[in-house]
Design a protein around this ligand. Structure first.
Ligand SMILES: [Zn+2]
Length: 177
């Protein structure tokens, strides 16, 4: 795990960094470095080590080498139905996304050591079974595993906005969809 520490700063109302690291790589390559809160970095590391890699060994006999992400930090409100379970009594008006405090990360695809790409948009199957093939099964396990190590997980079964990525977050509502 290679990272450096970002200085705390307030960027706008409800937006900013507190105890945030910039993650350059973990066991996997991550491309553009990610600003992540410490709980997010820890959850990511645990997910990778205890869910992603063991499941990849089981299904493919090799390791995950890289992830493709859609970013972590973004100063914005919850939009597109992300972040709050249906029926939660929210405060009136917009609410900041967990992305606004570097407590969320969106992942679109994974690359195995041999170069095979596993893409959430293409390979996700609701209720994947043996018949769905290893990529769909592995993605289902990656999603279930994320629910063990992050507080909030949203994927393609949650809504159309998440058809092409897993949204992973810490510090918010407990959710696993
Ligand atoms: Zn997200």
């Amino acid at each position: 795990m290679r990272y450096d520490v970002l200085p705390d700063r307030v960027i706008g109302p409800g937006c900013g960094f507190n105890n945030v690291v910039r993650l350059h790589s973990a066991e996997v390559r991550i491309g553009t470095p990610l600003a992540l809160s410490c709980p997010m970095a820890l959850s990511f590391f645990m997910w990778e080590r205890h869910a992603l890699q063991p499941a990849a060994q089981r299904h493919f006999g090799q390791r995950v080498a890289a992830i493709d992400h859609l970013g972590s930090y973004a100063c914005r409100d919850i939009n597109r139905g992300e972040g709050a379970p249906p029926g939660a009594a929210g405060a009136p008006g917009p609410e900041r996304s967990r992305h606004a405090t570097a407590n969320a990360l969106d992942i679109a695809a994974f690359t195995l050591a041999d170069g095979q790409r596993i893409d959430v948009r293409k390979d996700w199957r609701t209720g994947a079974s043996d018949a769905s093939g290893p990529a769909a099964q592995w993605l289902g396990e990656a999603h279930r595993g994320a629910c063990r190590f992050f507080e909030g997980v949203l994927g393609p079964d949650y809504n159309a906005v998440h058809r092409d990525h897993f949204h992973l977050e810490t510090g918010g509502y407990r959710m696993c969809h």
